[in-house]
Design a protein around this ligand. Structure first.
Ligand SMILES: [Zn+2]
Length: 50
């Protein structure tokens, strides 16, 4: 299980092994994370410009 880097909410991963570059969205705060590694899974927070 990986956690949101914004609010630390666990982010559910639908596929057991997501593709590198896949985008996972935090269900709590909506922050987007890019999968940068899969073994183990590592996420990088995508900073959105406003
Ligand atoms: Zn979050």
């Amino acid at each position: 299980m990986t956690n949101c880097q914004e609010c630390n909410t666990p982010i559910p991963i639908e596929e057991e092994i997501p593709d590198i570059g896949a985008i996972l969205v935090c269900p709590s705060c909506g922050a987007e994370h890019e999968v940068i590694a899969t073994d183990p899974i590592e996420l990088e927070l995508i900073e959105e410009e406003k």
